[in-house]
Design a protein around this ligand. Structure first.
Ligand code: GLU
Length: 461
């Protein structure tokens, strides 16, 4: 049977990494069931919702290839539907107006809390048959006995006692619809069959099922996803690492790698680590997601990103790299051998931003010398003179021949590889991290390499 899923973000912030995971699983499930993936913007909290956040969320979903199959809908534009549903509930005798004042409810809450009870509405107006009137809220007549049982695709059978639930407010005293009513009506109106969302919504589900029942809607499938946790096993927060997708994109994590990492949180398939969206559609099973919260591991994301970067064709790699180079004022096409440089350097960092920084000395000159490296390898500068003169008289400026030359110098002087190589690396790049030295030298032309050695000699006085 074909399924309809939805991602229902509240535009009160930029797209959160946990939200990306929810959207991803909804997208995959729809694709696996020949169905549709929809987006509903839950923007009823007018004070906290903004158009900018909505745009950020929708644009980023497109960027991640998680585009919806229909135009997104906005709750703020659908009030009529919710009011009509509220009327149906009244007409069916499944709801009632309540005139209890804030003061009464507050006093009731305090009394219940003092007795160690969970605060809940006591149903004072439940059988008064009050009419709609100013200041009155509409409540759902929640069954007092019995239970709500549903199967959760991640958590198995879930049972909630009705006695634990009170009579939920559906229309506020200003007669605006509440979150639960909008959510249920929209799932019905959008033809949703399957709700995949964070487990922070688990306790909402029995309440929402009661609203569905009151409206005579058919039941939905559910999967409540474990939360994405930080290292401290608490909900991932800014304390642990970035939480907004934008921050990861700005550091140069590829969309495909972010999706791969998020799918692997709490789900695995044998020892396979690398999954593209199409692999996930073939292999991922929502029922296999673990119930326990999944810890977000930045080291793992770095590794996965490195793998995704390594698998890109050079031309795609260059396209992805371009904005990061632009941000650092690197114009890579200024060097005719930029393909060779990027090819030699592309695995130097797990992120595109890291790589762009690593490319700076190749395109924009040495940015400064690593002082620790100078202390360690250049106490005695005579090695720079020795190697410089050997390089100057060397004609064949290719990686293989340069490697041979360096090996010959090393055995002639009886020094270790780092003693020979690191001073030159420092001269060429400012630091001690670069591809093999023959290759690094070959990425510069001879005159440029000699100039950089001279510059370091001058710098060291
Ligand atoms: N708007 C809710 C949220 O952003 C999602 C509600 C739902 O998926 O049912 O957490």
């Amino acid at each position: 049977m074909s399924k309809v899923t939805r991602f229902a973000p509240s535009p009160t912030g930029t797209l959160h990494i946990g939200g990306v995971r929810t959207a991803l699983f909804n997208f995959i499930y729809a694709r696996q069931h020949n169905g549709k993936f929809l987006i509903r913007v839950e923007d009823t909290d007018l004070e906290r919702s903004t158009k900018e956040f909505e745009k950020n969320i929708l644009d980023n979903l497109n960027l991640l290839s998680l585009s919806p199959d229909e135009m997104p809908v906005r709750q703020s534009e659908r009030t009529e539907l919710y009011l009509k549903a509220a009327e149906t509930i009244i007409n069916k005798g499944k709801g009632y107006y309540c005139e209890c004042s804030q003061e009464r409810l507050q006093a009731l809450r305090e009394k219940q809390q003092a007795k160690g009870m969970k605060p809940s509405y006591d149903g004072k107006c439940r059988n008064l048959a009050l009419d709609k009137g100013p200041g009155r809220v509409l409540r759902l007549k929640t069954p007092r006995e019995g239970e709500i049982v549903f199967h959760d695709m991640v958590r198995g059978e879930m049972i909630f006692q009705n006695s634990e639930l009170d009579d939920l407010i559906l229309l506020r005293s200003d007669h605006t619809p509440t979150y639960h009513l909008c959510n249920v009506v929209d799932d019905f109106e959008q033809g949703v069959t399957t709700v995949i969302r964070g487990e922070d919504h688990l306790s909402n589900t029995p309440r929402q099922i009661h609203i569905q029942n009151a409206l005579g809607y058919s039941s939905l499938e559910y999967a409540h996803l474990p939360l994405v946790l930080g290292k401290d096993k608490k909900r991932l927060s800014k304390r642990d690492s970035a939480t907004s997708l934008d921050e990861y994109l700005a550091l140069g994590y590829l969309p495909s790698a972010i999706l791969n990492m998020l799918a692997r949180l709490g789900w695995s398939k044998g020892d396979q680590e690398i999954f593209y969206l199409s692999d996930l559609i073939d292999n991922f099973r929502i029922q296999e997601v673990q119930k326990a919260g999944a810890i977000f591991d930045l080291a793992k994301l770095n590794w996965i990103n490195g793998q995704h970067l390594a698998r890109l064709e050079l031309s795609d790699f260059l396209d992805h790299l371009e904005p990061f180079c632009n941000a650092l004022n690197i114009k890579i096409t200024n060097k005719t051998n930029y393909h060779a440089i990027v090819t030699a350097m592309r695995s130097s960092s797990d992120t595109l931003d890291g790589l762009a920084h690593d490319l700076l000395p190749y395109f924009n000159g040495v940015q400064g010398y690593d002082s620790k490296a100078l202390d360690k390898f250049l106490q005695d500068t005579s090695i720079l003179f020795t190697i410089r003169s050997k390089l100057e008289s060397h004609e064949d400026w290719t990686e293989a021949e340069l490697d041979k030359l360096l090996a010959a110098i090393q055995s002639e002087l009886g020094l270790s590889t780092p003693q020979i190589n690191q001073p030159i690396r420092i001269a060429l790049t400012g630091g001690t991290k670069s591809p093999s030295l023959g290759l690094t030298l070959s990425l510069f032309n001879k005159s440029e390499a000699l100039e950089r050695i001279d510059a370091l000699i001058t710098f060291l006085g």
